[in-house]
Design a protein around this ligand. Structure first.
Ligand code: SAM
Length: 246
């Protein structure tokens, strides 16, 4: 193998896998995402090539991985969370496969479950939610809100902070109950974590000051945070939004 597509985990550098960390520590070249913790980038050998993905478009990154791989270097492509969950890891793997460059996917801890967990929200819970729908909130105009409002269980939106008013409006207009518990978690698993909890019809306003990366959880599991959070619940949400949950 020459190119490893490695998941860095959701933010806390301790949440990379043992295998992923070993690969970072022995690589010749590290190509890393913006959301990857600086502490993990620092784990690469001092003489390793370090390349931030920020300076490149996706096609350029694909080409770069192919050309580094063809030079027979040990290349680590370090990606936030899990490489194959909304991470375009599949596109990079396809480019490598088409070019005949050997690669391996080293899965990571995805923000999808780890970020809500760190905030005291299990995305499934027996007798509360037995299914999860994972949605990209990047382009709400393309979403089928009727289907999303009708599906039971938990909804998790990634990349949905900017479009949160449109996402909440779309769900409510399609019939989702206005008092459905919702949470927005920013910078989850890090010391910067902030969580806002409110009813669905109040969440966009309650979370207006949060910054990315952030994900949105909608569903009854959010109420478990009252019992499971290790931090004071409602630290950032106003009293009005808290009471909206009853
Ligand atoms: C391009 S997606 C990549 C997801 C990643 N592959 C994963 O498995 O977690 C980026 C989105 O993941 C979510 N995200 C990633 N890290 C996060 C964190 N520490 N706290 C909250 N949301 C996070 C946000 O919704 C962000 O917009």
């Amino acid at each position: 193998v020459t190119v490893y597509l490695v998941g860095a985990g959701p933010g806390d550098p301790g949440l990379i896998t043992v295998k992923g960390l070993e690969l970072v520590r022995s690589c010749d070249a590290l190509v890393y995402d913006r959301l990857v913790s600086a502490e993990l980038v620092d784990e690469a050998p001092a003489d390793a090539l370090r390349i931030s993905r920020d300076a490149f478009g996706q096609f350029e990154i694909n080409d770069l991985l192919v050309s580094l791989g063809r030079r027979d270097l040990d290349v680590v492509r370090l990606k936030g969370g899990d490489p194959f969950v909304f991470g375009r890891g599949g596109e990079e793997a396809l480019a490598l496969a088409e070019a005949g460059v050997d690669f391996e996917v080293v899965s990571g801890v995805s923000s999808v479950s780890a970020v809500p967990a760190a905030a005291g929200i299990p995305i499934t819970h027996r007798s509360v939610s037995s299914q999860v729908t994972l949605v990209s909130g990047h382009s709400p105009e393309g979403l089928d809100f009727t289907a999303l409002a009708g599906v039971s269980g938990t909804l998790v939106f990634l990349m949905g902070l900017a479009a949160l008013p449109a996402l909440a409006h779309g769900l409510l207009a399609a019939g989702k109950q206005s008092d459905t518990p919702a949470a927005v978690i920013s910078c989850g698993t890090t010391s910067e974590e902030e969580t806002v909890v409110a009813a669905l019809d109040a969440i966009a306003e309650a979370a207006v000051s949060l910054r990315g990366p952030a994900l949105v959880v909608v569903g009854d599991v959010v109420a478990l945070r009252e019992s499971l959070s290790r931090r004071p619940v409602g630290r950032t949400a106003g009293a009005a939004t808290q009471s909206a949950l009853g």
